[in-house]
Design a protein around this ligand. Sequence first.
Ligand code: UDP
Length: 320
Amino acid sequence: MKVLITGGCGFIGSHLAEKLLSIGHEVYVIDDLSTGSIDNIKHFRANSKFHLNIDTVTNKKLLSSIVDKVDLIYHLAAAVGVQLVVKHPVRTIETNVHGTEAVLEEALRGNKKVLIASTSEVYGKSKKIPYNENHNLLIGSPTFGRWGYACSKALDEFLAMAYWKEKKLPIVITRFFNTIGPRQTGQYGMVVPTFTKQALSGKPITVYGDGKQSRCFTYVGDVINAIIALMENDKAVGEIFNIGSTEEISIENLAKKIKQLANSSSKIVHIPYDQAYEHGFEDMRRRIPDISKLSRTLSEMGDFPKHGLDETLKLIIKIF
Ligand code: UDP
């Protein structure tokens, strides 16, 4: 099969490209390298079934010519990372909204099935744990940049749903929960690569706030397998799926765990949110997915995820 991955030089996109190539597919990538990097794809760049286009998905002519060649589209291109989102709110909203708009328009023209990668950020400040796909989204005030990101991704979801309902374009929406793994960079704020880098270099490990906030971290390989399986499953069309582990850990304990696994002598320090992000920054205290819908839909895949946090962290530290 031939597939297009937008954002194929990013962290998740490059793992997806590598996996699809390894099972014999032909992969076309569009990536403007705004947060992605050539480094992420260098080990398979020479593969004759890999076609790289360094450009934006809003280049209609290019997008259109590739959509005509492929059978499926994975739309992963987006502005990501809380640090980046807070620093560049205009770029964040415009990239996410205009990019998805362009991809859906072209997918419809070519009648190609498309996966829209969304995020657990859309649940916003909701305290109704675990998060279920049917829950209300509780997005905070436009005063804070973080919610602009959540809102832009929520709008992407609404638009994709509208294409499905009104025009019968086959779409699948996936909400990723703190995906981690090799090649992820801490440059845009992500906590695991940030702590790993700090621990391995003996620098202070920077826990924001009181560190009691918690997350569920999921191995990228498990996320990739789930999205490939969802795209092969007719029952997934027109549906939204949480994709994440349910193994919860506080950020304070994550810092201790990474320090210990990296055999590091780094100090663990606390930094107020205002200093780390922006004045008045709002963080969610807990974020846990309800993955019963994913498990039901992909019952033949067995347990999800296959990898626990400890083994994933060990792998990340080993090849960092
Ligand atoms: N965080 C932290 N130190 C860092 C980076 C992040 O304590 O150097 C915290 C952040 O405030 C959040 C959690 O770790 O509570 C996860 O942050 P990340 O940006 O990785 O993902 P988020 O869940 O916020 O989207």
